[in-house]
Design a protein around this ligand. Structure first.
Ligand code: HMG
Length: 391
């Protein structure tokens, strides 16, 4: 083992669903004052997957450009973090492995701990690369966030998948130890196996998140981490973008640091540009925030970024990463903007139909309607098996 190896995120790409529901359209039907959505929670629209899309099609679409750019020869592990899985036994990543023609000599596994799962995947990947720096790990985090129709959580739904290539001598971000950790047994948000939408105690979940921010920072400091003033930007898990502001204020206030509100707004706005139009993508959310920061900042070379990852239940982690020289050449800003802008707006009726749609459970042969214009689709079901294809 070479202890001087720098390890981190070599490439990052995201994908989302085919459709978009603007919050103006939602507000027209819920009767909620639009200011509550646009300002109160900081959301403008939400991604809605088509009938022939799911976490696998979004994940494959996110990862395909990475495999195309770097090849797959060094990828020996695929970690797929999700809390909206499609199977209780088989890892969703195996379908992605197949759609992308990755080599058979690969380990593929699925991880779960609410929205924190993506960070677990990243941290485990760093360990694998530390053990053998010649290998790369494809870390995927992807979810479709669904709450009950007409519930307070409805306006915070969304969908996206992020793919990250983790390896030695990374082209984007070097991830540095230590991490600050926090776990507490709370029932702020959960989804029993028999439900397709999440249950949530909204205000309790916000309080648990803020408590976790305190917990991870305290542990990070005790582990010998950097001081708060050394960080030039912070990427927070964003269940709705206003949460990043609440968390940031809490971090500064509880540690006795002065906060310049204008500076905070300018910095956080760069991290929320994608999430405010995609909605909550659970495991992917904080990494979409990172993509947003990278794509909306002029030059972050050598700057230290703080990451605050939170997953209900709850587990949280704080860690730091340095943006490496030359990273600007590897960004996917145009592709990311195109992915956001290519979504087709849908009306409230279509949205509700898609929300209530469930796949047939009779084990028969069923084809799904062709709706997606993305690169991969869920063609149907046969004998309880999902059938995927390249579009
Ligand atoms: P609510 O209770 O209906 O909303 O739902 P509210 O009454 O608290 O209002 C929200 C904000 O809008 C308030 O601002 C209002 O003042 C403001 P705040 O006091 O928070 O600063 N407001 C307005 N602003 C401007 N103009 C207006 C107006 N009206 C009101 N006209 C809640 C909010 C977040 C609870 C709900 O959306 C919900 O339950 N969401 C789902 C749960 C959630 O996102 N929790 C966040 C923390 S937990 C987490 O991050 C984990 C998670 O991602 C899951 C996982 O880990 O897997 C969820």
């Amino acid at each position: 083992m070479n202890t001087n190896t720098t390890i981190g995120i070599h490439d990052l790409s995201f994908a989302t669903g085919e459709f978009v529901l603007p919050h103006t359209e939602l507000a027209a039907h819920t009767g909620v004052e639009i200011g509550k959505y646009h300002v109160g929670i900081g959301q403008r629209s939400m991604s809605i997957p088509a009938a022939d899309e799911d976490i696998v099609t979004m994940a494959a679409a996110a990862a395909a450009p990475i495999v195309e750019r770097w090849g797959a020869d060094r990828i020996r592990t695929v970690v797929f973090a999700t809390e909206t899985p499609i199977d209780q036994s088989k890892a969703a990543g195996i379908y992605v492995h197949s759609l992308l023609n990755l080599q058979p000599s690969t380990r593929v596994v699925e991880l779960k701990q609410a929205c924190y799962g993506g960070t677990a995947g990243l941290q485990f990947a760093l360990g694998l690369v530390q053990r053998d720096p010649s290998q790369q790990v494809l870390v995927i985090a992807g979810d479709v966030s669904r709450y009950e129709l007409d519930s307070p959580g409805e306006a915070t739904q969304g969908a996206a998948a992020v793919a990250m290539l983790v390896g030695a001598d990374p082209a984007l971000i070097r991830i540095d130890p230590p991490s600050g950790l926090h776990t507490a047994d709370v029932m702020d948000f959960w989804r029993p196996n028999y439900l397709s939408t999440a249950l949530v105690n909204g205000q309790e979940s916000i309080a648990a998140y803020l408590q976790a921010v305190e917990g991870v920072w305290k542990d990070y400091t005790e582990q010998g981490g950097r001081t708060l003033s050394e960080f030039s930007a912070f990427c927070y898990h964003q269940p709705f973008t206003k949460m990043a502001y609440k968390a940031h204020r809490h971090l500064f206030n509880t540690t006795g640091h002065d906060l310049d509100e204008d500076q905070m707004s300018e910095m956080l706005r760069r991290t929320t540009a994608y999430n405010e139009v995609l909605g909550n993508s659970y495991t992917a959310s904080m990494y979409v925030a990172l993509a947003s920061l990278l794509d909306h900042s002029s030059d972050l070379t050598d700057q230290l970024i703080g990451f605050v990852s939170y997953g209900s239940g709850c587990v949280a982690e704080f860690f730091g990463g340095i943006v490496v020289p030359g990273y600007l050449e590897h960004l996917r800003t145009d592709a990311h903007r195109a992915i956001v802008h290519r979504r087709q707006p849908i009306g409230h009726g279509t949205y509700r139909e898609l929300h209530e749609r469930s796949l047939p459970q009779d084990g028969g042969h069923h084809l799904t309607p062709k709706q997606t214009t993305g690169p991969f689709r869920l063609a149907g079901l046969s004998g309880h098996k999902r059938l995927y294809e390249t579009s």
